[in-house]
Write a protein that binds this ligand. Structure first.
Ligand code: NDP
Length: 295
């Protein structure tokens, strides 16, 4: 099965690695060619020079780009995918995209005999490496069945969220909750550090109690207490996800003040720490504001 994978970023290159083996025949494209050339040196894959070249023969095309803006760009830009996509091909967009753009891409491609599903992932780089990502997809079941083996190569829990755009919607809200949990855990621990409680002791109790979250159980012990702050998921991308959730809330007339405040706070964190910072570095903003370190 001929597969094209576009976007070998922090998570994309780990997902593509599961497709660089039989029965798949993989071609990769990345904006910065150095990354695709490196990938092909260590994996069974060919490098395409442009998005159009990547998708010309592909039955399944996977995009894993920062946002739907870049998916649009790779579709419509110079040497873009649009005119090169084969009739009958399926575009599986694993970007954490936005629902309206995914719906408009699906409609445009549908008119050309090309199918589309949105299929964002969760589980981070650890699950991506292990091939155990959670995949939440939106679209038609008959289309999904055609790409199921491809998605199963990197996904373990694979869930139909609803029509096109539903995977994006679910992903944006999940990540908005992640953002809330990171900041709320950091604020809670900041109070405790100021009160003289050892944050390791605090986490030991919180993680055996009802205040726990993935942030308190994994992110803060592994990345903040250790001061390691590894780059696995850019803060800018998490800010983008909360932004998608905030726009959804507006469009749907949902009252979500907590999510709005978290979106503002992540916007501030992005201004402070820049485009290359990891999402957990938002904790540093809370630390700086309180003149403490959680360690
Ligand atoms: P990265 O920022 O690490 O990589 C982004 C990729 O998109 C790179 O290949 C980059 O190319 C490419 N790109 C950026 N801008 C453009 C453009 N204008 N045209 C073409 N290509 C472009 O992102 P991730 O791999 O971390 O994330 C990809 C998607 O997956 C995002 O939507 C993210 O929210 C989501 N995600 C990420 C997770 C993670 O743990 N990292 C977890 C779950 C979802 P180049 O190499 O040239 O910069």
């Amino acid at each position: 099965m001929k597969i094209a994978f576009l976007g070998l970023g922090d998570i994309g290159h780990l997902m593509a690695a599961h497709l660089a083996r039989d029965p798949f025949d993989l071609v990769v494209w990345n904006r910065t060619p150095l990354k695709s050339e490196d990938f092909a040196r260590t994996h069974k894959a060919r490098v395409a020079a442009t998005p159009a070249d990547a998708v010309r023969d592909a039955a399944v095309v996977i995009t894993c780009l920062p946002s739907s803006v870049e998916v649009e760009a790779v579709l419509h830009g110079e040497n873009g995918m649009l005119d090169a996509l084969r009739k009958g091909a399926v575009l599986v967009d694993c970007t954490s995209g936005d629902p309206p753009t995914s719906r408009s891409i699906a409609a445009e491609l549908g008119g050309r005999g090309v199918e589309f599903i949105d299929a964002p992932v969760s589980g981070g780089t650890i699950a991506a490496k292990a091939g155990t990502l959670t995949v939440m997809w939106g679209g038609e079941t008959t289309i999904f069945e055609r790409v199921r083996p491809v998605i199963e190569a990197f996904g373990k829990k694979i869930v139909h969220a609803g029509p096109v755009g539903s995977g994006d919607a679910l992903k944006a809200v999940n990540n908005a909750l992640l953002a809330v949990h990171i900041l709320s855990a950091a604020e809670g621990l900041a109070i405790l550090v100021k009160a003289g409680v050892d944050p390791k002791v605090a986490l030991d109790v919180i993680n055996a109690s009802s205040g726990r979250s993935n942030s308190s159980e994994n992110l803060i012990p592994q990345r903040v207490l250790t001061r390691a702050f590894p780059r696995t998921f850019r803060l800018a991308l998490l800010e983008k996800d909360i932004g998608i959730a905030a726009v959804m809330a507006d469009d749907l007339d949902a009252r979500t003040p907590l999510l709005s405040l978290t979106a503002e706070r992540f916007h501030e964190a992005r201004e402070i720490f820049g485009e290359e910072a990891d999402h957990v570095e938002a904790v540093k903003m809370v630390e700086q504001e309180n003149g403490i370190e959680i360690k």
